[in-house]
Design a protein around this ligand. Structure first.
Ligand SMILES: *[C@@H]1O[C@H](CO)[C@@H](O)[C@H](O)[C@H]1NC(C)=O
Ligand SMILES: *[C@@H]1O[C@H](CO)[C@@H](O)[C@H](O)[C@H]1NC(C)=O
Ligand SMILES: *[C@@H]1O[C@H](CO)[C@@H](O)[C@H](O)[C@H]1NC(C)=O
Ligand SMILES: *[C@@H]1O[C@H](CO)[C@@H](O)[C@H](O)[C@H]1NC(C)=O
Ligand SMILES: *[C@@H]1O[C@H](CO)[C@@H](O)[C@H](O)[C@H]1NC(C)=O
Ligand SMILES: *[C@@H]1O[C@H](CO)[C@@H](O)[C@H](O)[C@H]1NC(C)=O
Ligand SMILES: [Ca+2]
Ligand SMILES: [Ca+2]
Length: 926
């Protein structure tokens, strides 16, 4: 018997800060302030604005209104125009920016068609990150036939983004065997008509034939829908059909289709999920169908303006906070802030002082000038509002004297009972973005609130001196412009307290996507350590090549031009007889304007996690809009006491990881013990050429063609990316994932907190007279540890098993005891009272039970089907008619790993079994 995966799943990606902190507000059914940002790499093209304005958003609003049965529409939209497009009295941007946009318009660096898609990797019902449209999608009218009208596509994507529903097609699992025994196209509703046609084929000989091995249609076969149908459903399947204007609901939903909607949303219809969203729940349907047209405003950012507002209150002297602040602020000024930006400096304790008005960074001279003003100090009280007001004053030193769109980086370690209350309205009205860095255990609790309200980033650094939290925070402040060539990329960040003669050794890989403005920064406490840094060509740099700074207690080396690609080995040794904390931070920028660098972004599932909701760590590794798979991603979570936990993040589609091979690496974080702030940091290393790029997954359906009045018209194919371009060179990355808050953790944690996590990859197949099942073991605490037992059930009816697991036939599975989470389990048995014959379809599901008798949610439902094609395959050896028995023939067993399948990878596994053909009973093939 052989078994192989026949479908490979590819998923998507892009870089940006991956927090879904959209600033959209819903007011009486109207979505306000949807932000559409045009990437700075796009040449000026007024048609893009025109089509967004006139054609897409207007159409989207009325389509949305009817799709939500007279509830939701689009009230206002802001379009962000790139800085380099000519000035045209556009409004100034306020807190909106490219990296927080709901919709981005950008050209992928490797062209693979114009499929619109939504970056979405949360659970069912959770918001996505952004919608991506290409400029061609917006201006090329030929594509209307491929995707349908733009306003309709917008609504399809908006449903992904806003309500967390999924596609009802699956280009990677386009067909399945229905309970009827028929091959069906993956779709909703099942009643939509169409024909099966070979891809790119017109005329005669285009009819699809069945693949003898899978029992499904052969590769290259596509389902071509009938264009003029009465059905109004479904928008998540084919919004392009003229009469489609509704989502599939409980009546029309196709629970058997192996699509992401079924897998992610537990077989619920898209409309059911949408109905349960707060958007719909908070908006009653209206009888007034006169919705206003959306108001669309055009905005353009100006050059970046940032003021660093630092706390210098008395408490800053503890745990060397003042010293570490100078060190980190210096990194920001010397390495992070991009040329062309204007930077100001403010300090505050009980009152605030301007240390420097805005200085525009043109050459290194301005950086040196600002750096010279950084002095460690600590005295007095804490008045954060005073600091922010002073920051606004400095930011007003621009040409137009406005704070709109300017930024403040606010660092504070202190308590301030009046914050943010005393200046909340001023902050909101300023139109400025405030990034916050909370330092130490007692920083004011309102800091995160103003970061969220203004669209800023938030960080937390502990007092652990042998950690790089503060520098990581400054290094991870997003550049926000979408101009990736300006973004600082952190390659390494590690620190340790070294005893006498001890060393910090390591290797970082510089890949060809980065290498400009590369800095090696060594931080120390007492004296410059012994440094040995070797580039890939063997050139050695020592402490004498570094610029040593006794105020910032750091040594810095800038590599001129573009740094050599390959491994850089470093060894930093403490030459003192006493111990000292030593760190190394390496940052770089893109080497080529047209090639986006590989980046990692990390964040938690939520900013504030209330026990016992389990925290999930997500890290996305991407290059441009493509995901990077097969690399090692490690997360380090540090609690308020400086205690750290290291997690190996997985992209395996099991446990917390929703989709396999989508470049989103995930893991539950279960070993928390204290309430308060935590910080998250990730490291990515790819030492060999293992890394691989994959395409976005949740793409709008590329409609292969239409049947209209019996005539099949096929659309042109889309471009294919050359395989070689998808290999990723060895690289190193490091990034702060910002901070999050844990609350409600009891002082005495129970010994068993979580139930085992749901099993999502159960597969079943028929082998001879047996059923063979396989799945990934879950754990005792979600996907950690080892569960105690399994409960396996079987049914001939998908719905019965889904809706009444406990009532289904139990299968004795006591012979296996669960393995540790993450291991592959297999189990086979011969069913009693079931005849396995052509047409047999059985369904299976299981749960895991832990030591505290907590039971997991019911797994996905796996289907095992035996369908023997009636026409013998031409390649099959003719079956002899001799009566002496035992001819071996090949038959096909289809195995849907589940009807639900696992979309993002896997899915349909097939197997071929050789079996005895019994002469006396030719029908029974197994
Ligand atoms: C599509 O909808 C229109 C209006 O409701 C209807 O007149 C038309 O017959 C429908 N098309 C088909 C093919 O049923
Ligand atoms: C519907 O939403 C509520 C609250 O948002 C949630 O508690 C509930 O589980 C949801 N129901 C389903 C079936 O998802
Ligand atoms: C921030 O605080 C204000 C006023 O206290 C409150 O109205 C708002 O909802 C808070 N925002 C967030 C994101 O917590
Ligand atoms: C680090 O490298 C140095 C020089 O290459 C070597 O002498 C030392 O033993 C190494 N230390 C560790 C901990 O690996
Ligand atoms: C990187 O530096 C090289 C010179 O070493 C220069 O040609 C190139 O334009 C720079 N790339 C970017 C994105 O600035
Ligand atoms: C097996 O059943 C399928 C439908 O269930 C049918 O199309 C096929 O002809 C049958 N095969 C044989 C060999 O009878
Ligand atoms: Ca994943
Ligand atoms: Ca448990």
């Amino acid at each position: 018997m052989t078994s192989r995966d026949i479908f490979y799943f590819f998923v998507l990606f892009h870089m940006l800060s991956l927090s879904s902190s959209s600033l959209v507000k819903l007011n009486n059914g109207g979505y306000q302030d949807i932000v559409i940002a045009i990437n700075s790499g796009i040449p000026e093209n007024p048609q893009i604005i025109e089509n967004l304005q006139v054609n897409m958003m207007k159409e989207a609003s009325s389509y949305l209104f009817s799709a939500t049965k007279n509830r939701l529409f689009i009230k206002s939209v802001k379009i962000l125009i790139p800085l380099h497009w000519k000035k045209n009295n556009y409004l100034k941007t306020r807190t909106e920016s490219y990296d927080k946009a709901d919709v981005i318009v950008a050209t992928p660096h490797l062209k693979n068609g114009d499929d619109p898609y939504t970056l979405q990797y949360g659970q069912c019902g959770e918001k996505g990150i952004y919608i991506h449209f290409t400029p061609d999608f917006l201006v090329d009218d030929k594509l209307l036939s491929v995707y349908g009208a733009r306003g309709r596509v917008f609504v399809h994507e908006w449903a992904h983004l806003r309500w967390g529903v999924f596609d009802e097609y699956n280009s990677l699992s386009p067909f399945y065997i229905a309970s009827s025994g028929k091959i069906e196209a993956t779709r909703c509703p099942i009643g939509l008509k169409g024909v099966y046609n070979k891809e790119q084929c017109t005329g005669n000989g285009c009819k699809c034939s069945e693949n003898i091995e899978t029992g499904l249609y052969e590769d290259g076969c596509v389902y071509v829908p009938e264009k003029n149908v009465a059905s109004k459903q479904s928008i998540m399947y084919l919004q392009a059909l003229p009469n489609v204007s509704e989502f599939c609901d409980a009546q029309s939903h196709n629970t058997e289709a192996p699509n992401l909607q079924n897998r992610m949303c537990n077989y619920r219809s898209t409309w059911d999920v949408i109905m349960n969203s707060t958007d719909i729940q908070s908006t009653p349907a209206t009888s007034n169908t006169n919705i206003p047209e959306p108001t669309i405003t055009l905005h353009q950012a100006s050059d970046r303006v940032v003021t660093l507002v630092s706390d210098v209150s008395g408490s800053m002297s503890s745990s060397k906070r003042d010293e570490r602040l100078v060190q980190a602020a210096e990194v920001f000024i010397m390495q992070i802030i991009e040329a062309g930006s204007s930077v100001g400096l403010v300090e505050f304790n009980g009152a605030a002082t301007v240390i420097s008005p805005l200085v525009q960074i043109i050459t290194d001279a301005q950086r040196q000038q600002l750096k010279g003003l950084l002095v460690k100090k600590a005295s007095g009280g804490t008045n954060i509002c005073a600091g922010i007001r002073k920051g606004f004053e400095v930011n007003k030193g621009t040409k137009d004297g406005s704070t709109y769109g300017t930024e403040i980086v606010l660092l504070s370690d202190g308590q301030d009972g009046n914050f943010p209350r005393a200046c909340y309205d001023e902050i909101i009205n300023s139109g400025a973005i405030i990034h916050v860095i909370a330092l130490g255990a007692s920083a004011a609790s309102g800091l995160e609130n103003i970061s969220s309200e203004t669209g800023g980033a938030k960080f937390f650094a502990t007092d652990n001196i042998s950690a790089t939290g503060l520098i990581d925070a400054f290094a991870s402040i997003p550049s926000r412009t979408g101009d990736i060539s300006q973004q600082t990329i952190q390659l390494e960040s590690t620190a340790s307290t070294l005893t006498s003669r001890d060393c910090l050794n390591g290797t970082i890989f510089i890949d060809k996507t980065v290498g400009n403005n590369t800095f090696f920064l060594v931080t120390w406490q007492s004296a410059v350590p012994n440094i040995n840094l070797q580039d890939p060509k063997g050139k050695v740099y020592t402490a004498v090549n570094f610029k040593n700074d006794n105020t910032a207690k750091s040594s810095r080396l800038e590599i001129p031009g573009t740094a050599e690609t390959g491994p850089w080995h470093y060894s930093i040794c403490n030459g003192l007889s006493s111990s000292q904390a030593i760190g190394i931070i390496v940052t770089s920028k893109a080497a080529n304007r047209n090639v986006p660098p590989v980046v990692v972004n990390a964040h938690m599932n939520q900013d504030t996690i209330n026990y016992p909701k389990p925290p999930v760590v997500y890290a996305s590794v991407s290059q441009g809009f493509l995901a990077v798979i097969n690399v090692k991603v490690t997360a380090i979570i540090e609690d308020v006491n400086g205690k750290t936990e290291t997690l190996e993040l997985q992209d395996n589609g099991a446990g917390a990881d929703i989709a396999k091979n989508d470049g989103i690496y995930s893991q539950y974080f279960t070993s928390f013990s204290v309430n308060g702030r935590y910080n998250l940091k990730v490291h990515v290393v790819s030492r060999q050429k293992n890394g691989h790029l994959v395409l976005p997954q949740n793409r709008a359906l590329y409609i292969p063609g239409y049947v209209e009045d019996g005539v099949i018209t096929m659309n042109p194919p889309r471009p294919v990316i050359n395989e070689e371009e998808l290999v990723v060179d060895p690289f190193s990355r490091s990034a702060s994932g910002g901070s999050f808050l844990m609350s409600n953790i009891p002082t005495r944690l129970p010994t068993d907190i979580f139930k085992p996590d749901k099993i999502t990859d159960l597969e079943a197949r028929i082998v001879d007279t047996s059923i063979v099942l396989a799945w990934t073991a879950t754990g005792d605490e979600l996907d950690k540890g080892t569960a105690t037992s399994y409960d396996l059930r079987m049914s001939i009816n998908h719905k019965d098993l889904r809706e009444n697991f406990a009532g289904a036939t139990p299968v004795n599975i006591s012979s296996i005891s669960p393995q540790e989470a993450g291991n592959r389990e297999t189990f086979s048995f011969v069913p009693e009272d079931v005849v396995i014959e052509n047409g047999t379809i059985l369904f299976f599901a299981l749960v895991a039970i832990d030591k505290a008798a907590k039971t997991s949610d019911v797994s996905n439902i796996a289907q095992a089907a035996l369908i023997i094609p009636s026409e013998p395959a031409p390649t099959t050896e003719p079956v002899g008619d001799s009566s002496d028995g035992l001819n071996i023939t090949t038959i096909t067993v289809i195995v849907c790993s589940s009807v639900i399948v696992i979309c993002i990878i896997i899915s349909i596994t097939t197997c071929i079994v050789s079996c005895q053909r019994k002469k006396k009973n030719p029908e029974l093939r197994v």
